[in-house]
Design a binder for this molecule. Structure first.
Ligand SMILES: Cc1cc2nc3c(=O)[nH]c(=O)nc-3n(C[C@H](O)[C@H](O)[C@H](O)COP(=O)(O)OP(=O)(O)OC[C@H]3O[C@@H](n4cnc5c(N)ncnc54)[C@H](O)[C@@H]3O)c2cc1C
Length: 273
C-alpha cells in the first residue's frame, strides 16, 4: 500500500476472510500486527506496518435492516448510507444522517464506515454522540452485544470485531445539533436528544472527550422543567476541556445552548418528524 519511508501505511498481506470466525482468528493471532479494515479513511492519515489487513467487505456487513423492534446497521455501512437510506430517513428524526452530514464531503463519507467510526471511539465523533442518544448497542463478534455506553467505557483494544450497531426501533423522536468553526471541521461540541413518551435521553460529544449521557439533563426534562433547564443541567453536570478549537468555558456555554435547542426540537416532534 505504500513505499517504505513515506508516511502512509504498509500492508504485507491483504485478506478477504470467508467468515467472521476466520476474520477473528486472523486478528487474534496477532492483534498488534493484524488489523480489521473499515474504509481506511483514518488509517491512511497515519503510518503503520500492518502484517495482515483483514477486509470484511465480502461478509455482507453493509446492510441496514429493520426487524423485530430493532434497526440494525452493519459495520461496513458507509456514513453516506446513514444519510440516504430510507429506513433511517424515516426514523429517529433522521438524526443519523444529520449527524454525519458535515463530515468532510460526500466522497469521503462514501468510504468511511460505521464500524470504523464506532470502534475508534473518537472524542469528536458525531456518530457516537447521535447513537448514544438513541440508546444503541454494539454487537462484537467475540464479546457479544453490549450497550454503546458500556463499550465506550472499555479500553480500546483491537482484539475484537464490531459486527453491527443495533438501535431500539421504538418510535422515538430525536434531534441533533453541532457547532463547528467551519462547515466541515471537526465539531467543537455536539448534542443529541431523543424522546420516547416521557423518557428522555441526552448525550453531549466533542467535549472534546468522548460523548457521554447527561443524566441531570434527562432528569430535568423528565420532571417537565423545560429545554432551558436541561441545557443548564448538562452544562453544570458534564466536564469540558480545551483544545485548539475552543476553550472549556466556551464548550460549556455551547452545551447549554445545543442541548436546549435539541430538546426544543424534540418537543416539537424531532428533526423532520
Ligand atoms: C480528515 C478527517 C476528518 C474527520 N472529521 C470527522 C468529523 O467531523 N466527525 C466525525 O464523527 N468523524 C470524523 N472523522 C472520522 C471518520 O468519520 C471515520 O470515523 C474514520 O475515518 C474511521 O472510519 P473508517 O471506516 O475509515 O475506519 P478505518 O480508518 O478503516 O479504521 C479505523 C480504526 O477502526 C478499526 N476498525 C474499523 N472497522 C472495524 C470493525 N468493524 N471492527 C473492529 N475494528 C474496526 C480499524 O482497525 C482501525 O483501528 C474524520 C476523519 C478524517 C480522516
Amino acid at each position: 500500500m505504500k513505499d517504505e519511508g513515506s508516511d502512509l501505511y504498509t500492508i504485507k498481506s491483504y485478506v478477504f476472510p470467508q467468515s467472521l470466525e476466520e476474520a477473528y482468528e486472523l486478528l487474534t493471532k496477532s492483534p498488534r500486527n493484524n488489523l480489521i479494515l473499515g474504509g481506511c479513511c483514518w488509517l491512511k492519515m497515519g503510518s503503520r506496518r500492518i502484517q495482515t489487513a483483514i477486509d470484511l467487505t465480502r461478509l455482507g456487513l453493509d446492510e441496514i435492516r429493520a426487524a423485530d423492534g430493532w434497526v440494525e446497521i452493519g459495520a461496513n455501512v458507509s456514513l453516506r448510507r446513514l444519510e440516504t437510506d430510507p429506513i433511517l430517513k424515516r426514523r429517529f428524526g433522521g438524526i443519523l444522517g444529520k449527524s454525519v452530514s458535515s463530515i468532510v464531503g460526500v466522497q469521503f463519507r462514501n468510504c468511511a464506515t460505521v464500524g470504523g467510526s464506532v470502534f475508534s471511539r473518537f472524542g469528536f465523533s458525531d456518530v457516537t454522540c447521535a447513537l448514544l442518544a438513541l440508546e444503541a448497542t454494539v454487537v462484537l463478534h467475540h464479546a457479544g452485544e453490549l450497550p454503546l455506553a458500556d463499550f465506550m467505557a472499555l479500553p480500546i483494544r483491537c482484539d475484537d470485531i464490531l459486527v453491527k450497531v443495533r438501535i431500539p426501533d421504538d418510535g422515538r423522536t430525536a434531534a441533533y445539533e453541532s457547532m463547528r468553526r467551519s462547515s466541515t471541521d471537526f465539531p467543537l461540541l455536539a448534542a443529541a436528544v431523543s424522546r420516547r413518551g416521557d423518557a428522555w435521553t441526552v448525550s453531549v460529544g466533542a467535549r472534546p472527550a468522548m460523548a457521554c449521557r447527561s443524566q441531570a439533563a434527562e432528569r430535568a426534562l423528565e420532571a417537565g422543567q423545560g429545554a432551558a433547564a436541561a441545557g443548564d443541567a448538562a452544562a453544570a453536570e458534564l466536564t469540558f476541556g480545551s483544545n485548539l478549537r475552543g476553550s472549556a468555558a466556551y464548550r460549556q456555554e455551547l452545551a447549554r445552548v445545543l442541548v436546549r435547542r435539541a430538546a426544543e426540537t424534540c418537543m416539537e416532534g424531532g428533526n423532520g418528524q
